[in-house]
Design a protein around this ligand. Structure first.
Ligand SMILES: Cc1cc2nc3c(=O)[nH]c(=O)nc-3n(C[C@H](O)[C@H](O)[C@H](O)COP(=O)(O)OP(=O)(O)OC[C@H]3O[C@@H](n4cnc5c(N)ncnc54)[C@H](O)[C@@H]3O)c2cc1C
Length: 468
């Protein structure tokens, strides 16, 4: 049977996409690179995904899982002939347990829809990536997504209790459980952040947190971005962990202000959005500490959002920042790294120096409280050689962050774009160990091949060494 006919027997002809124009739409995520899936399938159940995996085995084709395609690491693209499995139609919220504060959801549920559905119970799903109106829970789990409010509440890995996964063999396994402290190895943690390389996430048990009774949001401007970075370190050192602590630089502030008209301090070199949340009395006390530290670091602008409307506008600006910069250039490349908060000020200065040396316009907007850095280069890819210069500059930035004891990715994952930089942070033994874990879930290498792990990660000559 032909591949398409075989897939049609599993999901029906309407949910198998073969037209070139529609396939083209699945050729890219929000990252830089482009692929070309052989066929895209839109399953609606775990059983259908098992069926698709068996078809893939019969035709010896890889499978590329995909959510909403907002990933920024080119992880959800097919760079070789492959079946793309877009999980956007398997999207039911199966069960909300307001007493146990958990929910079982399917992977295609859009992040913001989950917190909307749990609002009547006074609960929310804490990870809130800036893409939350589009990105899916499956994609969030696969990338281990962060978000502005992950500073106090933690990133996705802390909010996933169990994951149902269809492995490369077509087996359905549940990793983790509803029990508070399940025995055995924590394979759930292995699945979170595995970027589709171990299998397809088909159900997720998430933790829900109570909505805070009081929230205050403060906006501050500084005449040097390093002062804003120092304020971030000082706030955490003072023992206050704000709900969110976001930073943007001058160019980004101008772009966002042109987009949302929220009276942002466009003359500032660095802008901070700090949010404190919790019991009203504690919130006022924390706000005072944050305000004093911001003033001590020389803020030239400081205001507290007067009401929910002003607060919502500030967050809309923050979360639509990448859309805002499309006014400035036809293309952008967003890099994502993380450094220890104490090194933030020093690394931020070096990042601008690297951009200047390469003659590039660079902007920054990031979850500063987490030590995330998101240097964003706006450019025109049609200019000969420009893309190569951009790539060279961002690779230098990654190397600078790693040299400052930073991480390769703060939250967007490795995908294809940073796969070949993995050796900067992992030695051969560690890469081989990760490749062996992949083999255990996916012995035929069917799931999202070529992503995350360098192609030579598996080193049989090492035997079964354990990374130290
Ligand atoms: C404007 C904008 C803002 C963003 N802000 C943030 C942010 O604040 N924090 C953050 O962490 N990220 C952010 N991102 C990146 C992106 O939104 C996240 O990585 C998100 O988690 C991806 O979800 P998705 O549904 O779009 O997944 P996709 O992009 O479709 O896929 C991402 C990866 O997950 C895998 N995958 C998807 N679904 C499944 C599944 N069901 N089973 C197994 N693997 C799967 C894919 O193979 C791929 O490797 C932003 C992106 C944009 C465009």
């Amino acid at each position: 049977m032909s591949l398409v006919a075989d897939l049609e027997t599993v999901v029906g002809p309407e949910r198998v996409i073969t037209e070139p124009l529609r396939l083209h739409l699945y050729g890219k995520d929000a990252g830089l690179l482009r692929g070309n899936p052989t066929v895209v399938v839109l399953p609606e159940s775990t059983d259908e995904i098992v069926g698709i995996m068996h078809v893939a085995r019969r035709h010896d084709l890889p499978v590329v899982p995909r959510g909403a395609g907002t990933g920024l690491a080119s992880g959800a693209i097919a760079t070789e002939p492959a079946i793309m499995v877009a999980a956007t139609r398997i999207r039911r919220i199966l069960d909300i347990d307001p007493v146990g504060r958990t929910a079982w959801v399917e992977p295609g549920v859009v992040n913001v829809d989950l917190s909307r559905a749990t609002r009547p119970y006074g609960l929310h799903f804490a990870p809130d990536p800036a893409s939350q109106t589009a990105s899916t829970i499956g994609g969030n789990v696969a990338t281990g997504a962060g978000g502005p409010h992950c500073l106090a509440e933690g990133t996705t890995t802390g909010h996933v209790l169990a994951v149902e996964l269809v492995t490369g063999d077509g087996d359905v396994v549940t990793l983790g459980s509803e029990a508070p402290d399940p025995p055995g190895l924590d394979l759930r943690a292995v699945a979170v952040g595995s970027e589709g390389t171990l299998g397809i996430v088909t159900k997720v048990l998430v933790r829900l947190l109570p909505n805070p009774p009081a929230v205050r949001t403060l906006l501050a401007g500084f005449d040097r971005i390093e002062h804003a970075a120092s304020a971030v370190g000082d706030i955490i050192a003072a023992g206050v962990v704000p709900a969110a602590l976001e930073m943007m630089d001058h160019l980004m502030t101008v772009a966002v202000e042109n987009f949302i008209h929220a009276d942002l301090p466009t003359e500032a070199d660095g802008v901070l959005i700090a949010e404190v949340a919790g019991h009203p009395a504690a919130v006022d006390a924390d706000l005072d500490v944050v305000r004093r530290i911001i003033e001590a670091n020389g803020a030239t602008h400081l205001r507290v959002a007067a009401d929910e409307r002003e607060r919502a506008t500030l967050w809309k600006g923050r979360k639509s920042a990448f859309g805002a910069i499309t006014q400035m250039a036809p293309d952008y490349y967003l890099q994502d790294t993380a450094v220890p908060r104490t090194r933030l000020a020093e690394v931020v200065a070096d990042v601008y120096e690297i951009a200047r040396r390469h003659g590039l316009a660079m902007m920054n907007i990031f979850h500063a409280g987490d030590g995330n850095l998101h240097p964003l280069v706006a450019f025109d890819a049609s200019e000969p050689g420009r893309l190569d210069t951009v790539k060279q500059a961002v690779d230098e930035i990654v190397e600078r962050c790693v040299a400052a004891d930073g991480a390769l990715s703060g939250e967007h994952g490795i995908g294809l774009e940073k796969r070949d930089l993995m050796h900067l942070v992992f030695d051969d033994v560690s890469l081989d160990a990760q490749a062996r874990i992949k083999e255990a879930f996916d012995p035929e290498g069917r799931c999202n091949p070529g992503k995350v792990l360098p192609l030579d990660a598996r080193k049989p000559e090492l035997g079964s060494k354990v990374p130290s």
